[in-house]
Design a protein around this ligand. Structure first.
Ligand code: ADP
Ligand code: MG
Length: 247
């Protein structure tokens, strides 16, 4: 029998409050190596907080989060190392506005990993080619379209050679005609075996690339299923109600 893929991201009993607001409630979630998990749910349900907690941009109150077997430490060098294992792509592309596309992609490896400039640039150009923007390398972010900028943001995250990639609504700030070019890059990445956690309402992406869909509401995981089952036969009333609004 085939060995099950090891757990790459594991959350156990995770709780998080913002003041009186209980934003993550007893979250148990395991993402295996090579798995693509889509997280879906209404605005305010805690999806971004979940991503930020996994990248330790946000602390948690109780519970544990482990990345590839190592518990997320509070701070220090070991945190920086674990954080480098988790690539993150946000809704707003968050590129450094005053640096070229190439510098945006090489900066992380040069600063955090000490990669020599020449090697970092070679690797960056390969990544930029992979996301289809290699001829934009010398430009500034503002000279690129939103879709191109988001693809650069993906290349920048990949440059750190992360073990898992988190995407928090990566296409929701894009003009509609640019959504597909970003989703195509993400689908390709999924096919190459990247472990991914993707917050998105793009059903086409979920059906094409997701192994599993998690539906969140009010800080809880309400439902978990394969994409076909989730989109065609959701079981909870919260999920049914949500899907009736977005589909
Ligand atoms: P989602 O990404 O699903 O829309 P979020 O994780 O962004 O949800 O937010 C969950 C809840 O936590 C929301 O009610 C939001 O207003 C609140 N929240 C998020 N970040 C903060 C913060 N830094 N301080 C206080 N409340 C926050
Ligand atoms: Mg969000």
């Amino acid at each position: 029998m085939e060995e099950p893929a090891p757990a790459l991201v594991e959350l156990k009993g995770v709780n998080k409050h913002f003041g009186d607001l209980h934003v993550l409630r007893d979250i148990d979630l395991t993402v295996h190596k090579g798995e693509v998990l889509v997280v879906i749910g209404p605005s305010g349900s805690g999806k971004s907080t979940l991503c930020r907690a996994i990248n330790r941009l946000e602390t948690i109150d109780t519970g544990t989060i482990t990345i590839d077997g190592s518990p997320l430490p509070a701070e220090g060098r070991s945190l920086a190392r674990l954080r480098a294992d988790v690539g993150m792509v946000f809704q707003s592309f968050n590129l450094f506005a005053h640096k070229t596309v190439l510098d945006n992609v090489t900066l992380g490896p040069r600063k955090a990993r000490g990669t020599p400039k020449k090697d970092a640039e070679e690797a960056a150009l390969t990544l930029l080619r992979r996301v289809g923007v290699e001829n934009q390398a010398r430009k500034m972010p503002a000279q690129l379209s939103g879709g191109q900028q988001q693809r650069v943001a993906i290349a920048r995250a990949l440059a750190m050679q992360p073990k898992v990639m988190l995407f928090d609504e990566p296409t929701s700030a894009l003009d509609p005609e640019m959504v597909q070019e970003v989703l195509d890059v993400m689908v390709a990445l999924a096919k190459e075996g990247m472990t991914m956690i993707v917050v998105t309402h793009e059903m086409g992406f979920a059906r094409k690339a997701a192994d599993r869909v998690v539906f969140m509401a009010d800080g809880q995981i309400v439902e978990e299923a394969d994409p076909d089952t989730f989109f065609t036969a959701p079981t909870s009333s919260r999920a049914k109600d949500f899907l009736s609004k977005i589909l």
